[in-house]
Design a protein around this ligand. Structure first.
Ligand code: KG4
Ligand code: ZN
Length: 325
């Protein structure tokens, strides 16, 4: 079954064709990231305009690269949320029109669940249940995943998302946007124990809070004036990743789960991968990270999860978005 995936939730306009939820025939991403750099974060108006101007080209390229005509597509899957509403509307409207015009099913996809799917797409997925850790620019969430249709939220951030904290710290240090990859790289040259930035689980729960540590970095930089950026990055990173690892392991212990699936932009982080791999070896856990090519926003994960959901729910040709997942 050939599914065309469309993703426009934030600053990437993406389209992809995936066969049977697994084989990526094309994966086209047009990013507006460079246009946001001087503002230090995503400007919704700029992101949306980029989608409007590029969506047709991106979809055409994804079909061309897959060597398919639009009539060969069996269904259209589109990100329906969460994300910037005007940005989502571009993809959703386009997918709706295509589905209606072609008379093919339309599958509405949750962006965060698609991020998790990107980690398991290649080998068809781990056994259920697993703990899913979503770490992106907009979310930090722990899910107990019973199957691709049943996600139970067990931990969430009460304020900033972890990627957002990386981006804000990068802004404080004048490192540009997006901050995650730069902080990750600089931290490799720094001492993670140089500065104590405290970041703890909220009230001993599985929830997170990252606004305090970001403010601590701001005050530290203001107070000290001249600082070693490498040490600041390494110390900040160690404290936030420490909490992420701690809460994730606690979620796995609480629910007696041995498999962990990680997804979202921050899953590209090299130190997090190291820390998780060490814990997984020590505790005998199975660990699934996406390939680096699928960590940031893309439509292959949307088309892939679309296939799984379509299989669960059976065929139903509709041109209406289904909001029931
Ligand atoms: O999933 P994503 O592409 O977009 C959202 O759905 O939000 O995530 C983007 C986030 C940004 O905050 C970016 O700074 C962060 O992922 N990021 C990283 C790394 N690469 C990207 N954070 C830490 N380390 C990285 N290597
Ligand atoms: Zn994302």
């Amino acid at each position: 079954m050939l599914i065309l995936g469309i993703e426009t939730s934030c600053d990437e306009t993406a389209a992809s064709v995936v066969r049977d939820g697994r084989d990526i025939l094309s994966n086209i991403v047009s990013s507006s990231i460079a246009k946001h750099a001087k503002y230090g974060g995503v400007v919704p108006e700029i992101a949306t305009r980029h989608h409007v101007e590029n969506i047709d080209t991106v979809i055409n390229r994804s079909l061309k690269e897959a060597r398919l005509a639009i009539s060969n597509i069996d269904a259209v899957a589109v990100t329906e949320g969460p994300g910037l509403v005007a940005a989502l509307l571009v993809g959703v409207s386009c997918a709706r029109a295509m589905s209606y015009g072609l008379g093919k099913p339309l599958i509405a996809i949750d962006h965060l669940k698609a991020h998790l799917y990107s980690a398991v797409m290649k080998d068809g997925g781990p056994d259920f249940p697993f703990i899913g850790l979503v770490i992106s620019g907009g979310h930090t969430r722990l899910y107990l995943v019973k199957d691709f249709n049943r996600f139970e939220l067990v931990g969430d951030t009460l304020d900033d998302a972890v990627g957002e904290a990386y981006d804000k710290v990068a802004k404080i240090l004048g490192l540009g946007y997006p901050g995650g990859p730069v902080v990750d790289a600089l931290a490799k040259k720094g001492n993670p124990r140089a500065i104590r930035f405290t970041c703890k689980p909220v009230n001993n729960s599985l929830d997170f809070s990252f606004s305090g540590v970001k403010t601590a970095v701001l005050y530290y930089v203001r107070e000290k004036g001249r600082i070693r950026k490498e040490d600041t990055c390494a110390s900040f990173q160690e404290s936030v990743l420490g909490v992420i690892v701690k809460n994730t392991l606690k979620a796995m212990e609480t629910h007696k789960i041995k498999s962990l699936v990680v997804g979202g932009g921050v899953s590209a982080n090299s130190r997090l991968r190291e820390m998780m791999q060490r814990e997984a070896r020590y505790r005998g856990l199975k660990l699934y990270f996406p390939p680096l090519s699928l960590c940031s926003d893309n439509a292959a994960m949307v088309a892939g999860l679309g296939y799984r959901l379509y299989k669960y729910r059976g065929a139903r040709v509709t041109w209406e978005i289904r909001y029931d997942n």
